[in-house]
Write a protein that binds this ligand. Structure first.
Ligand code: 3EB
Length: 338
């Protein structure tokens, strides 16, 4: 099996892909005007300004060398191929207006549906989750929305007897200007190997000062398909221990975030069966809080990563209001016959 991530501008390569549409597992569309979902595969629409590009939108497409089956379950659009499943769910908070905390209720409902689906499909191991929600830093009903999200997410994990520490998925949780709670996920038949960062307190052990419930994610995950290892590095920011460092200093935060990515990568490499992975050869998504900071961030990353890495930059909110940048990455390598 071979899973690859293809980044395309607008719809330019979609005609070529149409012939092989059954081998697309799913995709994300990033841009202020993300592409319409006409292709028929699960598509996470991320409505946020692209930075440093002249096109309106980019598609990141998960391609396979084998055909996928499509399905819909409780509003989740998904595709699966053998031991791998990718799905997308979008929920409007307005549907949960009766709850004390509508965002929390929507989040919990979304994760419950995800767990029901992947358990029913026999692919119960959640590997990687991409979470997007409107106005992540705004306080509503007396609690910051990211903190409400964390309560709903953790409740769902506990309800499905998954535990909220240790073997939890790699993830990101990002704020957009508006829109539904949007969650894309990848799940599989085998547990992921979670990876933590020795420079950081595990997010699931953050002290209560960051919210009544800790975030449920690991710093990275190594996952296995037949003949392939995939590395997912979670959203990584300028946090050392559990504290934000370099507040107000975007260059400092950028360099610190990269140091954290490098530290997670070193840990992943020591657990990898296929690596080592190189910092210069990953596919990156970089979230920039203030578009005006983009040139500074681009220059630092270009100097450190070189031109071979694929980097998609977008303007979005990070889950702590003092964080100015967050970096996530993925890569994969073939496994030997062992
Ligand atoms: C952090 O390290 C920064 O809540 O799923 C990064 C990745 C962050 C994932 C999540 C949050 C999440 O705490 C924020």
């Amino acid at each position: 099996m071979n899973l690859t991530l293809l980044t395309t501008c607008n719809n330019e390569t979609l005609p070529g892909l149409a012939a092989a549409a059954e081998r697309v597992l799913g995709a994300s569309s990033i841009g202020l005007l993300p592409a319409d979902n006409v292709a028929g595969w699960p598509l996470q629409s991320i409505s946020a300004p692209l930075l440093g590009r002249s096109v309106d939108s980019l598609q990141e497409i998960w391609r396979l060398d084998t055909a996928c089956q499509s399905g819909v379950s409780e509003g989740i659009c998904y595709r699966r191929a053998g031991p791998l499943l990718f799905g997308v769910i979008e929920l409007d908070e307005s549907a949960f207006a009766e709850a004390d905390f509508p965002l929390q209720a929507a989040t919990e409902a979304a994760y419950r549906r995800i767990f029901r689906l992947i358990e029913g499909e026999g692919l119960p191991h959640l590997w990687r989750v991409w979470n997007y929600l409107a106005e992540i830093n705004r306080e509503s009903d007396g609690l910051e929305r990211y903190r409400q999200f964390n309560i709903g997410r953790q409740d769902a994990f506990l309800e499905f007897s998954r535990g909220a520490t240790g073997n939890v998925p790699a993830a990101c949780a990002i704020g957009l200007a508006s829109g539904p709670v949007s969650i894309a996920f990848m799940a599989g038949d085998q547990p992921a190997v979670p990876v933590e960062n020795p420079r950081q307190v595990s997010a699931y052990n953050y002290p209560a000062s960051y919210g009544p419930r800790s975030p449920t994610f690991s710093r990275a995950a190594l996952v296995y398909l037949p003949g392939q290892e995939v590395l997912f590095i979670s959203g990584t920011a300028s946090i050392v221990g559990h504290q934000t460092v370099h507040p107000g200093d975007v260059a400092g935060q950028c360099v610190e975030s990269l140091s954290n990515v490098a530290a997670v990568l070193a840990e992943a490499n020591s657990a990898s069966r296929a690596g080592p992975y190189q910092l210069e050869n990953l596919s990156y998504r970089v979230y920039v809080r203030h578009a005006a900071d983009f040139p500074v961030i681009r220059d630092i990353l270009l100097a450190r990563l070189g031109a071979t890495s694929e980097i998609v930059y977008l303007q979005a909110d990070i889950c702590r209001s003092d964080l100015l940048i967050e970096i996530e990455a993925m890569a994969s390598l073939a496994l030997g016959n062992c």
